[in-house]
Design a protein around this ligand. Structure first.
Ligand SMILES: [Zn+2]
Length: 270
């Protein structure tokens, strides 16, 4: 297996958990002038260490966030102040003075090299991936993870968009995906194909399970995620809800009401 290209450092935040795996990955990219991606939670020890690693490589030209979730962005503002660099986020969330609005296909320079901003909505509406074309790596945030799967939490998370955004990165000329949680992922095209297949299989399971009558996402999770630990079931129910909403929009499911008044989904009448 080929190694990561030089000029990339991983500093992992001390926030392990059922949804964050071993913790949030903060990435340092470039040398001479560097870009820091996802400073992570507001944890002084982590931000100090990140500033030290980044400072060892050069001046921080920009701090970028893949999306607004706390495990990626909570410490970002403070970190940007610490290293005296602009903070870049998706343009529709750049609502404060001094924040750098990022749009699809923007270029962010890091000394001799650069990153291309790719808008990849699905996990969240503001989700961005950052492509280092020369180094052949893609920083994926929570769009693609290793060790865990992305939670799609409606309404900010949207399943159809998520699948489209996976297809959009499937054939990029890269050797590595560098995720927001877990280890670097080799063979990107195969990894993305597996994710797409996994989601299509879940969708098929949801449709099969609802063929006999309406059920709530929580009821579906009890069957479909039987082998998963209890502490990921709530997140799983949100992802199943995201599947149901997509299938409803496509006319394959209809909304129903469960006995306790909860939202359920059932088969569309043929
Ligand atoms: Zn995350």
């Amino acid at each position: 297996m080929n190694a990561l290209p030089p000029g990339i450092d991983l500093v992992r935040a001390p926030n392990p958990g059922p949804l964050t795996g071993p913790g949030t990955n903060s990435w340092v990219f470039g040398s001479g002038e560097v870009v820091v991606i996802d400073p992570g939670p507001l944890d002084k020890g982590h931000l100090d260490r990140l500033a030290e690693v980044a400072g060892g490589r050069g001046r921080v030209a920009a701090v970028l966030c893949t999306h607004h979730h706390v495990d990626h962005q909570e410490g970002a503002e403070q970190f940007a102040l610490m290293v005296d660099a602009p903070l870049g986020v998706f343009h529709r969330r750049a609502d404060r003075a001094g924040v750098l609005p990022l749009e699809h296909r923007d270029e962010v320079l890091a000394g001799e090299t650069s990153l291309t901003v790719l808008h990849t909505p699905g996990h969240s509406r503001d989700h961005l991936c950052f492509l280092a074309a020369e180094e052949r790596v893609l920083f994926t945030g929570d769009h693609v993870l290793s060790g865990t799967t992305s939670v799609i939490w409606p309404p900010d998370g949207e399943m159809a968009e998520y699948l489209r955004s996976l297809e959009a990165i499937q054939d990029l000329p890269v050797d590595w995906l560098l995720p927001g949680h877990g280890e670097p992922i080799p063979e990107p095209a195969a990894a993305v194909r597996r994710l797409l297949a996994h989601r299509r299989e879940r969708e098929a399971q949801v449709l099969r399970a609802l063929a006999t009558g309406p059920r709530t996402p929580e009821e579906l999770v009890r069957d479909l995620y039987r082998d998963y630990p209890q502490d990921v079931r709530e997140a799983a129910a949100q992802t199943v809800l995201a599947h149901c909403l997509k299938l409803e929009a496509e006319g394959q499911l209809v909304r129903a009401t469960a006995a306790d008044g909860a939202v359920a989904f059932g088969p569309a009448v043929p």
